[in-house]
Design a protein around this ligand. Structure first.
Ligand code: GAR
Length: 188
């Protein structure tokens, strides 16, 4: 099975979907480690599955460059073929891109190139769009500018809140991310 490292910052519902799919016999990938930039609640999903879970926090490093190097070393220690950003809320720096260029993907809760950045759901709501969704992209040096690998649309409802809309997006985002990770790892 193809080794995959997942990076998270939050609740890890996308991670949980990846782990559930990986538990199926015919799955093409294995999640070999989960790394977070903070004590993310989602790390529990990894610990419960007996998968190495590690925090590499910016505040534990003298500067951003040192953090970037530490993060890259933590990922590289598991020799993944694919690195999946599943709700990882920091931009990855040059060291990770150099080590895993073309093999890092990110999931984003908007239809890129619309509403990139940290508040894709809030920004789409504020703009008044009637349709938004989620995107799985290749990670490059820009903010959510990489090649689009897959997208799904989600209708915005009249009474939507950021939270309600994000929940409906996550419901389609999780299977989409699993599908893309399966596809990328099957081809290797
Ligand atoms: C996901 O919806 C993901 O697209 C988003 O954070 C959420 C994490 O949820 N990522 C971004 O906004 C990146 N800019 P999860 O922790 O439950 O998987």
């Amino acid at each position: 099975r193809t080794p995959v490292v997942v990076l998270i910052s939050g609740t890890g519902s996308n991670l949980a979907a990846l782990l559930a799919a990986a538990a199926e016999e015919q799955c093409t990938y294995e999640v070999v480690a989960v790394i977070a930039d903070r004590e993310a609640p989602g790390l529990e999903h990894a610990r419960a599955a007996g998968i190495p879970a590690k925090v590499v926090a910016l505040r534990d490093h003298p500067d951003r460059a040192a953090w970037d190097r530490a993060l890259t070393a933590a990922v590289a220690a598991h020799a993944p073929q694919l690195v999946v950003l599943a709700g990882f809320m920091k931009l990855v720096g040059p060291p990770l891109l150099e080590a895993f260029g073309g093999r890092i993907i990110n999931t984003h809760p908007a239809l890129l190139p619309a509403f990139p950045g940290a508040h894709g759901v809030r920004d789409a709501l504020a703009h008044g769009v009637k349709v938004t969704g989620c995107s799985v992209i290749e990670v490059d040096a820009g903010v959510d500018t990489g090649r689009i690998l897959a997208q799904r649309a989600v209708d915005v409802l009249e009474e939507d809140t950021e939270e309600a809309l994000h929940e409906r997006i996550k419901a389609v985002e999780q299977p989409l991310l699993v599908e893309v990770v399966r596809r990328l790892t099957a081809a290797r």
